[in-house]
Design a protein around this ligand. Sequence first.
Ligand SMILES: [Zn+2]
Ligand SMILES: [Zn+2]
Length: 147
Amino acid sequence: MSDDTDAQHGGCFCGRVTFEVSGEPVAMGYCHCSSCRGWLAAPVHGFTMWPAEAVKVTSGAEVIGTFLKTPDTISHRQFCINCGGAVMVQHPTMGAIDIPAANLPGVAFQPTMHVNYAEHVMRIRDGLPKHAGFPADFGGTGELIPE
Ligand SMILES: [Zn+2]
Ligand SMILES: [Zn+2]
C-alpha cells in the first residue's frame, strides 16, 4: 500500500480521527444484526469491508476507544472518545476492517447483499440477496431468506 494515489479519506463525526483506505473493499452491504443496530443506534448498518492492510489511521489514534461486547467477540468496535461516533470495526481473526459507509464519503456505497437479515427490524425491498446469517465465503451458511 505504498501507492496511495487512490486513497480515500474518512473519519469520525468530529473529525479528530481520520483514516484512509486504499484499493477496493472486499464487500459492501447491510448488516441487520442486533449488535450493529444497538452499537450504532440505527435500524441497519451500511458496511464497507476492507482488508486490514488497506486501512491506515492518519490522525487521532489516541482518541480511539475499543469496545468488545464479549471477550471472544470477532468484532472489536472502535469509536472516537471525543465525539462518541463510530470509527470502524476491527475483525482481527478475519484480517478485515468494517468501516461504516457514512464514514467514507468519497467511496460510492454500492451494496451487494444483506447479512443477518433474520434479525432485521427494517425491511428493505431492494432485490439484493438477503442472507439469514452470513454468506458462505464469510464463514456462514449462505442461507437466503425472503425480503
Ligand atoms: Zn470524533
Ligand atoms: Zn452486524
